[in-house]
Design a protein around this ligand. Structure first.
Ligand SMILES: Nc1ncnc2c1ncn2[C@@H]1O[C@H](COP(=O)(O)OP(=O)(O)OP(=O)(O)O)[C@@H](O)[C@H]1O
Ligand SMILES: [Mg+2]
Length: 272
């Protein structure tokens, strides 16, 4: 039934406005087949469709070729990939000094942009166990998630969802995790990250995290991640908060800082 709902949603999105009678129930056989993709273990898996309208509502622009925000993320991707390649890094975490800076929006868009790269794929992991939002921003239905993997009920590779475009993989967190700090410090999380690293060397792992100044989750997980990108939301962090974040992150590989939510009047407009 879930598959049916998704197919109808997809038809709506593709056709603009398909009127579906509430009494109309197509047979499973009438549904268009979902596209297939090869998973890491060589198995063919269905590519879960993403709703372009829902994505746009949540500022996810990775599927829109002409969107100017998409170009900014492609530029960020190129810089990030160059730095990561220079050092042989494969995992990148996203954090910020304070809450609501746009970390999750940046994480998803960066991962989608990496997935568009001809020789790379991206695995986006939601390790913000206190306020997980990747699943809701992408509009993923309830299903396999990091919650099952953390509970020991599922193997990490089986929980990965292939969604939207080839090369884009997601390990969402569907429900807030109690005792997040202790969970992140556990051997199980080390093994999960180790397991993810053992995938294809062309797969970049993008990890969405909470703010670094708010909780110790970020400092707990960063020793197991290669580098970190800081997102500073214009108006959402004070200079003091930015200085505090810099102190916390001084011993890690900070790959760069993204200035997000910059008012349009301060952005240099040009043909490009
Ligand atoms: N560049 C932007 N311009 C305007 N709004 C934005 C921008 N980036 C993100 N937002 C909006 O800001 C809100 C917070 O974004 P997001 O959830 O990505 O932040 P976050 O740093 O991950 O938050 P949290 O600390 O709760 O995890 C969302 O409503 C999002 O749509
Ligand atoms: Mg977030």
């Amino acid at each position: 039934m879930e598959r049916l709902k998704l197919a109808i949603e997809r038809a709506r999105a593709e056709a603009g406005a398909v009127q579906v009678s509430p009494h109309w129930t197509p047979r499973e056989a009438e549904l268009p087949p979902l596209p297939l993709e090869t998973a890491n273990d060589g198995a063919l898996v269905e590519l879960l469709p993403l709703d372009p309208y829902h994505l746009e509502q949540h500022r996810i622009v990775g599927l829109h070729q002409g969107n100017p925000m998409r170009q900014s993320f492609d530029l960020l991707r190129t810089q990030v990939l160059q730095r990561m390649q220079e050092h042989g890094w494969r995992t990148i975490a996203i954090t910020s000094p304070s809450m609501q800076s746009g970390k999750t929006v940046v994480s998803i868009n960066l991962a989608l942009s990496i997935a568009h790269h001809p020789s790379k794929s991206a695995l986006l992991v939601d390790f913000d166990l206190r306020r997980p939002r990747v699943a809701s921003y992408l509009g993923l239905p309830a299903g396999n998630s990091l919650n099952e993997v953390l509970a020991g009920d599922m193997d990490v590779n089986s929980a990965i969802i292939h969604a939207g475009i080839p090369g884009f993989q997601v390990l969402p967190t569907q429900r807030r995790v109690e005792g997040a700090g202790d969970v992140l410090a556990s051997d199980r999380v080390s093994r999960i990250i180790g397991g993810l690293r053992s995938g294809s060397p062309d797969r970049v792992i993008v990890i969405d995290l909470p703010p670094v100044n708010a909780v110790d989750d970020v400092l707990t997980i960063l020793p197991r991640v290669d580098c970190v990108l800081i997102v500073v939301g214009s108006g959402s962090s004070t200079r003091q908060e930015i200085e505090e974040a810099k102190r916390h992150l001084a011993r890690f590989n900070v790959i760069g800082v993204v200035a997000n939510m910059v008012p349009k009047s301060k952005v240099h407009e040009s043909y490009y």
